[in-house]
Design a protein around this ligand. Structure first.
Ligand code: ADP
Length: 796
């Protein structure tokens, strides 16, 4: 039992020992000496895989043992469930664990009963905004990968969230886990914490550069890996690791590349290395795994992944479905997959070590930079840190690839010898402050301008900056913006300027919207007129604002007729026609475009040729777009408008039942991206519905349209299938087949001829029974029913 441990729940020491923790690693020892089990705050800046998680566990378990409650903040949603599963082993020792994921706007009251809660920083921020009662009970908070405060998108949220938690609860123990960065002392300063900083690793790591015939390592050693002319450097290095047996096993490799496409093509190429080296048994198990992968979704990505996996190689990037990701990670950890080609997302957090890490690409395309930009030192160090699996490999090797002697020297200077960059707060930027100033005021952390500035004094930004006026200046700009848009009220009488959130300001904060998104959505919805005189849904006349511009050729009769650019024969062309004066003033595309142009959506990029294509679409369908289309001469705004249109069209395709695979191909995205865009748009439309209800001047029928557009996204179906697709286990494809077999609603499912149902569901008896049961059918049993052959013929 690790001897220095006390104050933990009974049995934890023994349990750790049983897991193979015979003694604490030196950084862990240092953390205990610094008082991490006695409630002391701590920043642990130590390399990847050096046991940071156990430091956090010791802090949380001892805090819970003293009657407290702990919160573990992760940077990625995918990590939340992984960490929860890891901590659940403490349930045997009476410690309950909960994870908070899912919607931003639920208040998570059930979490009040858990001892340890895992959540992303965005989720925690949202829980605070929504007044989750248990926040006050926290005694220990852990911030995993705290160096990500440097990230301009997500860093400010972490920073402000930690400041809020510490403000609500002045005695809070704060444990921050960081990669080795240039200025961990500043983070410790900010959090009033002890600092444990170390380069120690449980397994030796050699870092080197390959060029020509050998790898040169940082310890001065050299390893011959000759590459023949025309031979691929990466393939050679992967083969070399696999052919070097340690403890009777060849070594696996993790190859980092700079784009998803490169990850996929690299994985395909490397099957030539991994395939021939598989044993018969491995081949069988990989075939099963490939089947499992194909079962997740029927997309090209799924198929490509399965093809590679069958031969022992895989790719991993953020465009993969999460089931795919975990299947790949597990099989790689089990040494079944021999090589993974990944984008850098894998380096951040997910625990997938390999004997050899190959950093193939050290530059990546960066639009803002205007070309190929070298990766940060911190990023490369984190990739390299994935080399070496404790307990499995005798050592880890990280290799960068150079194609000239000069590059070799450059890579040594730039990455091998270099210290990671210092982290810098990105809080003093308008987009970040817009949302956090509103939330801070709305949740009662500040009631005056002075109070707000003194709250912001508890951030990393304030600790780091030598320009004290900057934060105040940006804050004032943001307050003006929030005031003009009706989200805050300012009271300039008296000493310090008073601040209060308006009703809608409170709603925006609780909905977790960027205030600019809320303003954009409200402006857009206000351009829809309340033209409905009989109150019927869909009974609208286009607004002046939404009417075609002066040079558009649509007629002005108050209706629009459009045909989708129809590039595949099997989708019905969509033609919306209506009587004069009764046009579709707000269509799903109009709404999808509206939410896609808010700063809360990551829009699709315009690729070459897209500008022409979407300019055309834009004019064809301008009447549907809410608000004024910017002029083509306003370059940036117009590009933005088109990118939102491209994104909106993806959503429209999804809601029109276009195959996932076609969508992936048409927009150049992976299935994970489609899911992501759809989820975001659903969330924004849900928020739009709430906003539209809360303010004056938006017609009630618009609310109905917003809800329907959202539901069509939720199920990925046209209007007529909404009822059917809402039945559990039905889904978009089965709903369409049932509909075509004449079963058009949930009620029809309860009455329909069972043979027809079974036929439409292609004879899948168990599925059909479950669906009938979910539709509320009294007797769902299909014993002895033969599928109706005419129905199944119609469906195929
Ligand atoms: P980090 O969070 O620093 O990236 P982890 O906490 O994931 O690293 O630790 C890496 C591995 O080391 C885990 O598998 C963990 O179980 C193991 N480990 C941690 N501490 C010890 C220890 N004191 N003795 C043996 N193994 C340990």
């Amino acid at each position: 039992e690790p001897s220095s441990l006390s104050g933990l729940p009974a049995g934890v020491g023994e349990a750790l020992e049983a897991e193979g923790v015979a003694e604490l690693y030196p950084p862990q020892e240092a953390a205990v000496d610094a008082g991490v089990t006695d409630g002391e705050s701590l920043v642990a800046a130590v390399p990847t895989a050096s046991g940071k998680t156990l430091i956090a566990e010791l802090a949380m378990l001892s805090s819970v043992e003293r009657g407290g409650k702990a919160l573990y903040i992760v940077p990625l949603r995918a990590l939340a469930s992984e960490k929860k599963a890891e901590f659940e082993r403490w349930e045997d020792h009476g410690v309950t664990v909960g994870v908070s994921t899912g919607n931003y706007d639920s208040d998570g009251e059930w979490l009040a009963s858990r001892d340890v809660i895992v959540a992303t920083s965005e989720k925690v921020d949202s829980l605070i905004r929504n007044g989750a009662p248990w926040i006050d009970d926290l005694t220990c908070v852990v911030s995993d990968e705290v160096h990500l405060v440097d990230d301009s998108h997500r860093g400010p949220t972490l920073e402000v969230t930690l400041a809020k938690l510490r403000k609500v609860n002045p005695g809070l123990q704060t444990v921050a886990l960081s990669a080795t960065v240039g200025n961990a002392d500043v983070i410790a300063d900010w959090l009033d914490a002890e600092l444990v900083e170390s380069d120690w690793r449980p397994i030796a790591l050699r870092t080197g550069v390959h060029f020509g015939n050998a790898i040169n390592f940082d310890d001065g050693s050299q390893r011959e890996v000759p590459v023949e002319r025309g031979e691929d450097q990466t393939a050679r290095l992967v083969a070399d690791a696999l052919d070097t047996e340690e403890d009777g096993q060849g070594g696996s490799s993790l190859v980092f590349v700079n784009s998803r496409r490169n990850a996929e093509s690299s994985a395909r190429k490397l099957t030539d290395v991994t395939g021939p080296r598989l044993t018969g048994e491995e081949r069988d198990r990989l075939r099963e795994l490939a089947e499992e992968i194909r079962g997740v979704s029927d997309t090209d990505t799924s198929e490509d992944l399965a093809d590679a996996v069958e031969r022992g190689s895989a790719f991993h990037h953020a465009g993969l479905a999460s089931e795919h990701r975990s299947l790949v990670e597990d099989a790689f950890r089990d040494r079944l997959i021999k090589c993974v080609s990944a984008t850098p997302t894998l380096a951040a957090g997910v625990n997938t070590p390999a004997r050899r890490v190959i950093v193939r690409d050290w530059r990546r395309y960066d639009g803002e930079f205007g070309g190929m930009k070298p990766l940060d030192v911190l990023e490369v160090h984190q990739m390299c840190g994935r080399a070496g699996r404790p307990g499995l490999d005798p050592y880890g090797e990280a290799v960068l690839l150079a194609n000239s002697a000069d590059t070799r020297e450059e890579l040594f200077d730039r990455y091998v010898w270099a210290e990671a960059e210092p982290v810098r707060s990105k809080l003093a930027a308008e987009p970040a402050l817009r949302t956090h100033v509103l939330a801070t005021v709305a949740s009662g952390f500040a009631a005056t301008r002075d109070g707000l500035l003194s709250f912001l004094d508890n951030t990393l930004y304030a600790t780091q900056t030598d320009d004290e006026g900057r934060l105040a200046a940006v804050t004032d700009t943001v307050l003006d913006y929030l005031d003009v848009n009706g989200f805050v009220e300012r009271d300039r009488d008296g000493g310090s300027e008073g601040l209060a959130a308006t009703g809608i300001g409170h709603t925006v904060s609780r909905l977790y919207l960027d205030p600019m998104s809320a303003a954009e959505i409200l402006d857009g919805l206000r351009t829809v007129p309340d033209g409905a005189d009989d109150g019927g849904a869909g009974d609208f006349v286009p607004a002046d604002g939404a009417a075609p511009g002066p040079d558009a050729d649509a007629d002005d009769a108050g209706f629009t007729t459009y045909t989708r650019a129809n590039d595949d024969g099997n989708e019905p062309a969509e033609t919306t026609e209506s009587d004069a004066g009764d046009g579709p003033a707000v269509t799903p595309l109009g709404l999808y475009h509206l939410v896609s142009r808010t700063p809360d959506t990551y829009q699709l990029y315009l690729k070459s040729g897209d500008r022409e294509e979407y300019t055309e679409v834009c004019y064809e369908r301008e009447a549907e777009l809410l608000g004024d289309t910017p002029s083509e001469y306003e370059d940036v705004r117009f590009e933005d408008w088109l990118a939102a249109l491209k994104t909106g069209r993806l959503l429209e395709d999804w809601a029109n039942e276009v195959d996932e695979d076609r969508i992936a191909e048409r927009y150049g995205v992976g299935p994970g991206d489609i899911r992501g865009k759809v989820d975001t748009a659903e969330w924004l439309l849900r928020a739009a519905e709430t906003l539209a209800r809360d303010v004056d001047g938006i017609d009630g029928d618009v609310v109905v349209q917003v809800r329907e557009a959202r539901k069509r996204l939720e199920y990925g179906v046209r209007e007529e299938l909404l009822d059917l697709a809402g039945v559990r286990n039905v889904g978009r494809k089965r709903a369409r087949r049932l509909y075509e077999a004449g079963i058009e609603s949930r009620a029809d499912l309860r009455e329909a001829d069972k043979a027809v149902v079974l036929g439409a569901l292609r004879g899948r008896e168990r599925t059909a029974e479950r669906i009938l049961e979910n539709a509320g059918r009294e007797d769902p049993s299909l014993d002895g029913v033969d599928p109706d052959s005419s129905a199944s013929a119609a469906a195929t």
